[in-house]
Structures are given as C-alpha cells and as structure tokens.
Design a protein around this ligand. Sequence first.
Ligand code: PMP
Length: 361
Amino acid sequence: PEVKVINFGAGPAKLPEEVLLEVQKELLNYAGTGMSVMEMSHRSADYLNINNNCQNSLRNLLNIPDNYHILFMQGGGTGLFAAVAMNLISRTGSADYIVTGTWSKKAAKEAAKYGKVNLVLPDTKIGTIQDQSEWKLSPDASYVYYCDNETVDGVEFPYVPETGDVPLVTDMSSNFLTRPFDVSKFGVVFAGAQKNFGPSGIVVAIVRDDLLGSALPFTPSVFDFAQIAKENSVLNTPPTFQVYTIWRVFEWIRRNGGVEGMQERSRLKSGSVYEAIRNSKGFYESPIDENVRSRVNIPFKLRGGADADAEFLKGASKLGMTQLKGHRSVGGIRVSLYNAITLEETKLFVDYMNRFTSSYK
Ligand code: PMP
C-alpha cells in the first residue's frame, strides 16, 4: 500500500487540499463561463471581478488601510529585491539593510546596483538578531529593509523594527499570513505566493501611497509600483491563474480563523517541533537563538552528523514525509510548517523525531 505523502517542503510548498479540490472542480468551467480562468481575457468582466475580489479578500484579512495599494507582480521575490530599490532608493540615494540571513543578503546586493546600501547590523552572525540599541540606522536612508523570516536559516523577527520616519520595507515571502501585523507600520510589504498562499509566479506587494512615483527613470514599467497601481495590476497580462488561486487561499484562511487562526496553528506546530529538539538532550541541534527561531522554517542537525541526517531523511521518506533536506548551503534537516500543514501532519513528524532518537544507533 502506498503511504500518503506529507510535503514539508520550503517552497513551492503544500497548498490546502480543500483549495486544490476547488480549483480542480472549476478548472474547465469557471463560474458558468464555460472556460478555465487560464483561458479568459484579463480585460474581461469575469477576470476583473477576480482581481478585485482577491484584493478585497486580502485587505480584509490584514485590515489593510485605504492609503495602501495591493499590487500583483511577477519576477518572484528576487524581482522585488530590484523593484524595491528601483522604486524607493532615489528618494535620498541610499538605503539601510538589516541582514539576518541568505535572502536579506541577496536583497542588499541587488539594491547596491541602484544606490548606496548601508548595513545596519555591526556583524552578521546568522542565528542572532542583535539588539536594536546596537544598530547603525542612518537618518537619511530612503528606507530600512529587512526580511521578516529567513527561509534558509530559520530566523524570524519577533517584533517590528522601530525606524522613526524612515519607511520600513519587509520581505515576508515565507511567513506572510501566518500572523497578524500592523500594515500601517510599513512602507512596503511583499511576499511571493509559493510558500503560504499559492503557486509560484506571483508576488503580492502592499505599498503605501506616498511612496508611489519616485521610481528611477530607467525602471521597467512592469516593476514600477506607480504604474501597476494606476492600472489596478492589469498593466499587462497578469498571472491570472495565480491571482485566482491565491484568492481561493485567502478565502480558505478566512474560513479557518483568519490570520489569528493561522498564528495559533503556527504556534502549536512550531512549538511541538522545538519541544522535541529541546527534549532530545542534544540529539537534535538548532543553531538559532531561542528568541528568533522561525515558526515556519525549522532547520536542525543531528548530533550524529551527516550520516545520521541521511538516515533520518531515509526513515522519514518511508513514512511519506518529503522535501525535508536542509538548503544546500546549510545542510542538515529543514522542516517547513506553512499554513497548509496541519496539526496532525506535524504530530506525525514530531512522533517520528521522538522515535528516531531511541532507534538510531
Ligand atoms: N525571499 C524569501 C524570504 C524567500 O524565501 C525566497 C525564496 N525562497 C525569495 C525571497 C526569493 O523568491 P523567488 O525565488 O520567488 O525569487
């Protein structure tokens, strides 16, 4: 008998089964139109409804104030690394970057093509976020940038940084919609869909209106926040199927307690994995400071080294638990607990962790 697959991948990642079934059901005939969303003009009334409903759904989930635009963009998180700089850095010519891991480091490197990048943290020891009193924020930065959750390293901010009047920009690609946050504290929030809310190929950007309109003159139109905002995210052919699918996921989140519901699930899921690590008396090791441990991406290593890691993965795979290998730059194990991962699936994983400590010789 085949075992049921449990996909703990870091992204593209598991989507709620309920949503996949809904998409399947509507695939050949969307809302009585006789065609798939994929085959529909992006200028049709049906698609424009999807576009607006999707935005409204997200606006309600996060209480996004009226002075923010919701933009649907392409180019992935990596595209946004460039877009953020191209749209904002000309305001003063420089920007502050808080580097806490792989993705913020890449973002800082990309931004340096378009202006001066200041590194805020005195040193970049991965697994720690130094106290804000040690940060070197520059008063004339166009914006302060950070990554709310570092997917590869497993470091998550437990608070929103304080930057005074300087606009705050954050990459929430791996923890978007896993907890509530106060949108009004941010200038720009962006997230690729492929971890918590949909297929790859779409990035959502939430942009405060006063930050529109200062793009560098050579900014491609498809990366210009102001142009996309003006055209309500239909500047050119958008990723229509993705917009439709993320809307379905937003509605699934709403039906399941909203972002507060997701936060509670996330607390229980990640809490049980970290408890297993703590109770293992060093059999499993997390290199991340307790106060900044991610609730969604949990990297850990086995005391037994690479052989033990491999044995662990082999046993997991027999139980249908897949995509658990740590990022190629870090090694070890990484378990990702995005919104679609259930409490039951997490429990099966934790039970396996506990059993493995006694079975491994
Ligand atoms: N930011 C974060 C936090 C990520 O996890 C990733 C992808 N794993 C990216 C940015 C890059 O996204 P993309 O591959 O869509 O360019």
